[in-house]
Design a protein around this ligand. Structure first.
Ligand SMILES: C[S@@+](CC[C@H](N)C(=O)[O-])C[C@H]1O[C@@H](n2cnc3c(N)ncnc32)[C@H](O)[C@@H]1O
Length: 353
């Protein structure tokens, strides 16, 4: 082997080790979130594995190994003298807070759970088709709920809609707002909290999401102005609304063009279409930046794959660049697509007339 090849191979091995660490770190954090270990540490402060295990009624040996591992991947402090683990304030912001700007509980749950139906994914490579919504554990949907909570509470209504007065004026005045592919309802719910003169109608194909959306709206005190209903994009428009929205829906749909047409048909004459999807480049291979691997991973493990499971086109997470938005919107009869600058690594936002 030449020296140069040996050096390059050695360098790649360094990356392999880093990637192993990343995979283990994700799993350690998912365990800490799912079992309430981070919340416990945030509540009680520095603790030994024995103290955590007693409070949570878990097996101490498991907790101890988790503490060591989670410390080594950089998410827990550990004091060798007292054998106590603790969380920094920054770690509390990231791992314990919910719905705040830095909260990442949902992302850890999402990544961990989207990778669980592994045999089904491998079979799809060989036989076609994909993985169905029902094949994922409920943790995936809880992860989506939590990421939605953060995105809509700490970005959509605190920053993004402020950039779109044509939308906020209507919402302030009081209009009918339809949220297609609403998931667990977080977008409608946060808008309802901020603009209570309007009425919100959320639609989603997955019944457990609709059930959770109803519960979320009760918990947030806006159930009187939020209504959620099971709906499949292929069934066409469920009514007529002043503002129609699709948050993170279109690229997931088996047939995105059909979905945009249904949304267009659900819009009143002078209505507006608010479209949020995944920020991406024209050619998938040109995507760069820290969220790029996540986007392709999410595509393979969920977005593309669930679309293909339903005989869909498998657009994929990075399949809706601006030109594709314009093409699908023009085909559906929309006239004007305006991109709103939100400077976000994951999402893009459009107002369409
Ligand atoms: C990535 S999630 C986004 C959920 C929510 N809008 C959010 O941002 O948190 C995509 C949603 O689209 C829904 N969906 C997928 N295919 C659909 C279809 N054919 N008709 C209606 N909803 C669909 C899924 O059930 C899921 O809740």
């Amino acid at each position: 082997m030449s020296t140069q090849l040996e050096n390059e191979t050695q360098e790649l091995l360094g990356k392999v080790v880093q990637d192993f660490t990343g995979a283990i770190a994700t799993r350690m954090c998912a365990i800490g979130i799912d079992l309430g270990l981070f919340v416990d540490l945030a509540e009680y402060g520095a603790s030994t594995s024995q103290e955590i295990a007693e409070r949570k009624s878990y097996q101490e040996r498991y907790v101890r190994e988790w503490v060591y591992g989670t410390h080594k991947v950089g998410y827990l402090n550990f004091d060798k003298e007292t054998r106590k683990a603790s969380l920094s304030k920054a770690a509390i912001n990231v791992l314990v807070s919910k719905g705040e700007k830095f909260s990442q509980q949902g992302a850890f749950k999402l990544i961990n759970n989207m990778m669980l139906p592994y045999d089904e994914l491998l079979s799809s490579f060989k036989e076609g088709g994909g993985v169905n919504f029902e094949d994922y554990r409920s943790g995936l949907w809880e992860g989506l709920d939590l990421t939605g909570c953060t995105r809509y509470r700490s970005f959509l209504v605190t920053d993004w809609t402020d950039k779109i007065p044509e939308i906020t004026k209507k919402l302030e005045k009081g209009v009918a707002f339809a949220d297609f592919g609403c998931g667990t309802g977080r977008s409608s719910i946060e808008l309802a909290k901020k603009y209570p003169n309007s009425k919100y109608f959320g639609f989603d194909v997955f019944p457990p999401n609709i059930e959770k959306a109803r519960k979320n709206s009760i918990e947030r005190g806006v159930s009187d102005i939020c209504h959620f209903q099971v709906w499949d994009a292929k069934s066409g428009a469920p009514g007529k609304f002043d503002i129609v929205a699709a948050f993170d829906l279109i690229h997931d749909l088996p047939h995105p063009g059909e979905g945009i047409q249904a949304i267009k048909n659900a819009m009143k004459e002078d209505g507006l279409f608010l479209l949020m999807d995944i920020k991406c480049t024209e050619d998938p291979i040109d995507n760069e930046g820290p969220m790029t691997a996540f986007k392709f991973g999410a595509s393979l493990h969920f977005c593309m794959t669930t679309s293909l499971a339903n005989n869909g086109e498998g657009m994929g997470t990075v399949g809706l660049p601006k030109s594709k938005v314009e093409e699908l919107c023009a085909a559906a009869g929309f006239k004007n697509v305006k991109e709103i600058e939100i400077n976000h690594p994951l999402n893009s936002l459009f107002v369409i007339q």
